[in-house]
Design a protein around this ligand. Structure first.
Ligand SMILES: C[S@@+](CC[C@H](N)C(=O)[O-])C[C@H]1O[C@@H](n2cnc3c(N)ncnc32)[C@H](O)[C@@H]1O
Ligand code: SF4
Length: 421
């Protein structure tokens, strides 16, 4: 089945959204009831071209109504695309700004060995002080400016985003941003069983959960805090029940560590209809001791799965999609690979990143960010902040993954937990 890709504006499923919708209905209902009924049905019918010879309105069939709605939706999409082309800011390699990842905290309750190894992120590690974090109001204001500058999709991340207290309040604020097409979140799933319903209620549409193995021992060793895999699975199930679908599952594969988990994970996700994305182990930051030999190439992973359950290449869901998608030949779902090491996709990168303390980065491997918090707190206007954002994007030329070499390995880089994965 074709996975549904969020398009169109965020349809609110929240109680608030429903209440607002019913208020609109009752308002139009009361207006209508104050007019003459026969006049109303005649004028409605003639505008739809549905007046019969006797002058009695013909009620459009369900199929006709659906067709009209679909035409209206397409017209809205076209208008929105035109608007985005109009406001679009391109970088020096002609890449438009379309995605924003917002890190809401640099803290995490896991110590994944490939991301926050405990030797570096130990008890004396200095995380961002609370006062340095952007408030939800500050994040929402910047998000509005990014969307007005062409961003269509926002992903909340971290660190572990669900550690940020009352995150659902931020979700609700972002769900209200006009023009935002897709709002999602990446989590390690540890707090998801408790939070899924509230996040969905606040307006989150879908979710990505990171899970690197179903084997309790392998998983506990990878997260390095002994967290139980069954609790993450319970979180995924809660998200599914809350309607945060299609559920995506991210699995980083590291040679000699969790290759044996690839097939069990593929079976698990296929049976349950989750979209599994294998991520090549990347050289982000300096703390994980990355070596090229530890990377299991995406092509090997695809071959491994294909040998058990034949796959067929699928097209991109949208321009700039980083995952290469593969469908099971029998129609039972799909898997994807994010091959940022062996098949870099910098040419189509439309993504900016905002750290929890308000630094704007234009590449996961960038060496420095542009500070937005200081000018924001100093009282700059929306237009001044927009000039900063578009200014940073328009001079961007990074394509680190395409240039990756021994020389670039030594460049200073930001840790994934800070910049937001
Ligand atoms: C940094 S985490 C932040 C969100 C959340 N804590 C989580 O784990 O899903 C975002 C994603 O980055 C991935 N990641 C972290 N370090 C990585 C690395 N060195 N190479 C590839 N992916 C990595 C994680 O597996 C996760 O899917
Ligand atoms: S990958 Fe996510 S869960 Fe693991 S240490 Fe990094 S931020 Fe935490």
């Amino acid at each position: 089945m074709e996975p549904k890709v969020a398009s169109g504006s965020l349809a609110r499923t929240t109680a608030r959204g429903k209440a607002r919708r019913s208020a609109v209905w009752s308002r139009s209902g009361s207006t209508a009831s104050s007019t003459d009924d026969s006049t109303r049905s005649r004028s409605t019918a003639s505008s739809a071209g549905n007046v019969s010879v006797t002058g009695v309105a013909r009620v459009p069939s369900l199929a006709e109504t659906m067709a009209s709605l679909e035409r209206a939706r397409q017209a809205l999409e076209c208008a929105r695309d035109a608007y985005h082309r109009e406001v679009s800011v391109n970088d020096r390699l002609a890449r438009p700004l379309r995605d924003l990842r917002i890190s809401v905290t640099d803290r995490c309750n896991f110590r994944c060995t490939y991301c926050m190894p405990r030797e570096v992120f130990g008890a004396d590690f200095r995380f961002m002080p609370r006062a340095e974090l952007l408030s939800f109001e500050e994040i929402a204001r910047l998000a509005r400016l990014f969307v007005a500058a062409g961003v269509e999709k926002i992903r909340l991340t971290g660190g572990e985003p669900l550690l940020r207290r009352d995150l659902e309040r931020l979700v609700a604020m972002l769900a209200e941003v006009p023009g935002l097409r897709d709002l999602t979140l990446t989590t390690n799933g540890s707090l998801l069983a408790r939070k899924a319903a509230a996040l969905a209620e606040a307006g989150l549409r879908r979710i990505t959960v990171s899970l690197d193995s179903l084997d309790p021992a392998v998983f506990a060793a990878l997260n390095d805090v002994g967290f139980a895999v069954s609790d993450v699975v319970a979180g995924i199930e809660a998200a599914d029940r809350a309607g945060l679908s299609p559920i995506k599952v991210n699995m980083v594969v590291r040679r000699g560590v969790n290759e044996s988990s690839v097939l069990p994970m593929a079976r698990f996700c296929r049976e349950r209809g989750y979209i599994l994305r294998f991520i090549e182990y990347m050289d982000v930051g300096h703390s994980n001791g990355w070596r090229l030999d530890d990377v299991v190439p995406a092509a090997d992973i695809v071959a491994m799965i294909d040998a058990e359950a034949p796959l067929v290449a699928a097209s991109q869901n949208y321009a700039g999609e980083v995952a290469e998608r593969w469908r099971y030949r029998d129609g039972s779902g799909e898997v994807g690979v994010i091959a940022s090491v062996t098949q870099p996709f910098c040419g189509g990168c439309t993504r900016a990143r905002l750290t929890a303390d308000g630094q704007l980065f234009t590449c996961l491997f960038a060496t420095a960010g542009a500070d937005l918090r200081e000018p924001l707190r100093a009282g700059e206007t929306d237009s001044q902040l927009t000039v900063r954002i578009t200014g940073v994007w328009s001079v961007r030329a990074d394509r680190y993954s395409e240039l990756r070499s021994e020389a670039t390995r030594r460049l200073p880089k930001v840790e994934m937990s800070r910049i937001g994965g």
